[in-house]
Design a protein around this ligand. Structure first.
Ligand code: BYC
Length: 347
């Protein structure tokens, strides 16, 4: 919420008591808080960490932001796989920067989740034990160099289509994190497009490699937007709370419409014989998505699910000494501050 004062001037009670027991003067219980929350959402104001919010709103945000954060850090793996094999120093530097950006996105998102009262340790534990999801897309392998281009163009393109509306999410810290993430994702999408264009205009073998990558990544990219609207468990409530601004199908249609002319400029074909412009609907029609495959990937049966999680667990275990050293360093400095030390012991 923008400010408590803004609510008072709007005739709604000020926020602050997270347990909802101390209502505004003359009002007790959570009802007044609920009304103020509803009014803030209706007025397109931002809900901030110290504002009262319904438990289910908080839980939905933690679920979505955690899944998003996990996707960013798991999403580093398929591309990092190509850093040592990038075909030039320029491509290597670009790819390293991109993969580092994904780590940064994970950090912004875990921090946003922490503002909701959940710790990063708890979320990582849920990821490692399979109790929280990450995006289905990262369970597919990167078989050739062209896959790096296809991920940038299609996967980051889909991510931007999904995430630009999240910059207007009702929860302030998530919305603000998305602004920076989207700027960086735009760079990622362009590097993918430029990489595919170079391959497409290269030798016949390079063109074929680019086409093969697009063939394999197209359908999984469409699945990134989530199940069809009539099977989306959370969409209606998330849209009512203005966490999501558009339905899964709406964003998927928008993405297809964006990609068709881009594929033409790339000189590549999208692997869907049913893809055609529908004048009446003002959108492209496209063929059926294999939702059985999507459900299997979510159940853990995609081509790389096991590999992704075991590599993540291994990286976490191998990083234990860094976390321990950081905690010891922080404790040393906090201790020095508390004891009124002169700072002489600080490094
Ligand atoms: N994969 O009711 P629904 C990136 C789950 S990272 C896996 O429609 P909702 C990048 C869903 O969680 C991009 N699970 O859910 C990084 C729910 O399960 P639970 C990641 C999926 O939340 C590195 C169930 O299916 N982006 O760009 O209303 C390199 C029912 O679905 C998927 C985000 O995370 C999926 N694709 O809508 C390059 C964006 N789809 O929780 C690039 C933020 C659905 O009930 N998230 N499920 O067990 C969102 O916008 C929404 O959460 C979704 C799903 C649109 C994904």
């Amino acid at each position: 919420m923008a400010t408590a004062a803004a609510h008072q001037t709007a005739g709604t009670p000020a926020y602050g008591a997270q347990d909802g027991t101390a209502g505004p003067a003359g009002d007790t219980g959570t009802d007044a808080y609920q009304r103020a929350f509803d009014a803030a959402v209706a007025a397109d104001e931002r809900i901030e960490p110290r504002d009262w919010m319904p438990d289910a709103y908080r839980a939905t945000l933690v679920r979505q932001i955690a899944q998003h954060a996990h996707s960013e850090i798991i999403g580093m793996q398929p591309e990092a796989n190509w850093i040592t094999r990038a075909p030039s120093l320029r491509r290597k530097a670009i790819l390293m920067a991109k993969v580092q950006d994904e780590a940064g996105h994970g950090l912004y998102l875990y921090s946003a989740a922490e503002t909701l009262g959940t710790s990063r340790e708890e979320l990582l534990d849920k990821l490692h034990s399979g109790r929280q999801k990450y995006s289905s897309i990262f369970n597919y392998p990167t078989l050739t160099w062209a896959d790096v281009g296809a991920i940038g163009w299609l996967v980051d393109g889909a991510a931007i289509t999904n995430q630009v509306p999240l910059c207007r999410c009702s929860y302030g810290p998530y919305a603000r994190a998305m602004v920076r993430v989207c700027k960086e994702e735009s760079f990622h999408q362009r590097q993918g497009y430029e990489l595919l264009l170079a391959l497409s205009r290269g030798t016949p073998e390079q063109h074929a490699m680019a086409q093969d990558a697009v063939n394999r990544w197209w359908w999984p990219s469409l699945m990134m937007f989530g199940p069809p609207d009539d099977e989306s468990a959370h969409s209606a409530q998330s849209m009512a709370w203005k966490i999501k601004r558009h339905s899964n199908d709406e964003l998927r249609r928008r993405f297809v419409d964006i990609c068709v002319p881009q594929a033409e400029s790339l000189g590549l074909t999208l692997p869907d014989p049913d893809l055609k412009w529908n004048e009446e609907r003002g959108h492209h029609d496209f063929g059926p998505i294999d939702w059985t495959e999507f459900r299997e990937v979510l159940k853990g049966n995609g081509p790389c699910n096991e590999q992704r999680i075991s590599q993540r667990r291994q990286a976490h275990d191998e990083g234990a000494w860094v976390r321990e050293a950081a905690a010891a360093h922080a404790a040393k400095h906090t201790g020095a501050g508390r004891s009124g030390g002169t700072g002489a012991t600080r490094s």
